[in-house]
Design a protein around this ligand. Structure first.
Ligand code: BES
Ligand code: ZN
Length: 463
């Protein structure tokens, strides 16, 4: 099912919304050209062949963050931006791998038997011997001062591992033993800077310790040796500056992630998004604009949005205040993804499940260019998240449901559809151009989305 353009509220000429924005007028007051004529300035130039060739090249080898494959991709991407005359920057940031040498847990001097304990990823090395204190699930109200200088026995659940470790750390604990809330061992990640050894044990082991503590003090030794290996990953930034005499002072960002999972060629995830970023950069760089357009590709998305989070954390406040929209493209070329409609089952996901400027523009662009009011839904899982957290209207453009080869070694070029690439790049290109083209006024308030556009929330399962 898809919705037709006729069901959309298309705003008419010169309709200025409460935020002071004209965003979906059918005719420009400036020169009488229709939005469709403006759309065509972008979408007629999009070459799916260019995009396909980029994906073919990028997916020749995996681009896992911190590997030579990432570096090769980064060099290629930066080279392409440079050849278009954009102002580029390759921004390095550290990522960490943790190699566990040994994890020993002793209870009253005896090695914990059964399933071997595991260290949390990010745990520090160290050897501590202290009494064990049961702190339940390590919610702040459960932790007493008794844990100071002791090892906290924690049950998994309700809070994140990071929160639990932080809570006991703040009360002065010197180590953490966490037992699972389901059968088997638990495992996860703690944060950089949480400087106490943290290990995971099975539920059975944990419950036995809880029992043992009821009949008297228990002494434990944690001996953890983990090698921390620092690697470097990158964000590629390319700025396209507007004409100096006609500059709204605003910035829009168009992004994708260039890293793949370990061993995966990542043709669709997300060489496809990168190919669209490069193609739109090529076209926008030859088109007059009144808004800075920043093209971004992120490393380490697959490790937990590390590159985009780093980039967002380093943005000067003066940039953030000028940023009015972030368009994220991730998995936009999957032959076997999405739905059978003229927009290929494209959907726009926001972090809060609400419409915003980006989804308004995306949906109306879909309606104009292919008669489909692109629906929106709620999902994180990609680099739109850190932009949303900065208060910037953001959305992830993706085909949903995703294909069966998601994160597989079979995510290869032969599964890429040129038609899907063309559709997604057209919608994002036309939507972004609504802001960037010189005849549309600046958005007065970056954080207020204009409305109304009639398009649906779609609770579609993604995988
Ligand atoms: N491209 C995916 C995001 C995705 C996958 C969205 C399937 C919707 C359906 C992205 O590269 C990814 O794999 N993200 C991770 C989360 C991230 C925070 C590590 C994921 O979804 O597991
Ligand atoms: Zn992805």
């Amino acid at each position: 099912m898809f919705r037709k353009k006729s069901m959309i509220t298309v705003l008419t000429v010169g309709m200025v919304l409460s935020s002071g924005t004209v965003y979906a007028q059918t005719t420009s007051p400036a020169n009488g050209q229709s939005d469709t004529a403006f759309d065509n300035k972008i979408i007629k130039k999009i070459s799916a062949d260019n995009m396909y060739n980029t994906i073919a090249l990028l997916s020749e080898q995996p681009r896992e963050a911190g590997t030579e494959g990432e570096v090769r991709a980064v060099n290629y991407i930066e080279g392409q931006f440079k050849s278009l005359g954009l102002e580029t920057k390759v921004i390095p940031f550290p990522i960490y791998d943790y190699l566990t040498k040994h994890v020993w847990v002793k209870i009253d001097g005896i090695d914990l038997d059964g399933t071997a304990p595991r260290a949390f990823s990010g745990s520090v090395s160290g050897k501590v011997t202290a009494q064990l204190v049961n702190v339940g699930k390590a919610k702040p109200e459960e932790i007493t001062d008794a844990v100071k200088g002791k090892i906290a026995l924690v049950e998994r659940g309700d809070l994140t591992f990071v929160e639990k470790v932080q809570n006991v750390l703040e009360k002065g604990a010197v180590g953490v033993i966490m037992y699972n809330n389901v059968n088997g061992n638990s495992f996860g990640q703690v944060s950089e800077g949480q400087n106490i050894p943290a290990v995971a044990i099975t539920r059975a082991q944990g419950l036995a310790l809880v029992d043992q503590l009821k009949s008297g003090p228990v002494e434990s030794t944690l001996d953890v040796d983990i090698e921390k290996i620092e690697k470097t990953s990158y964000v590629v930034e390319a700025k396209l500056k507007p004409n100096k005499n006609k500059d709204t002072g605003q910035i829009i960002t168009i992004g994708a992630h260039h890293d793949s999972v370990h061993g995966g060629p990542g043709a669709n995830d997300d060489a496809s998004g990168v190919s669209a970023v490069l193609e739109l950069a090529r076209i926008f760089s030859k088109t007059p604009i009144d808004t800075e357009v920043r093209f971004l590709t992120f490393g380490s998305e697959e490790r937990g949005l590390v590159g985009s989070s780093f980039y967002a954390s380093k943005l000067p406040k003066s940039d953030v205040e000028r940023m009015v929209a972030h368009f994220q493209m991730d998995m936009i070329g999957g032959r076997d993804a999405g739905e059978d409609n003229p927009a290929g089952g494209l959907i726009m996901y926001t972090i809060d499940g609400k419409k915003n400027l980006v989804t308004d523009l995306g949906s109306s662009a879909g309606a104009r260019t292919m008669d489909v009011a692109i629906p929106y839904g709620q999902l994180g899982r990609s680099d739109h998240q850190p932009f949303h957290e900065l208060g910037i209207p953001s959305a992830l453009f993706i085909h949903s449901p995703v294909e069966p080869w998601y994160h597989q070694p079979t995510d290869t070029i032969d599964k890429i559809s040129k038609e899907k690439l063309q559709q997604a790049a057209s919608i994002v290109g036309a939507a972004a151009y609504q802001i960037a083209r010189p005849d549309t006024p600046a958005l007065v308030n970056a954080h207020v989305a204009p409305g109304p556009v009639d398009y649906d929330f779609d609770d579609r399962p993604v995988d």
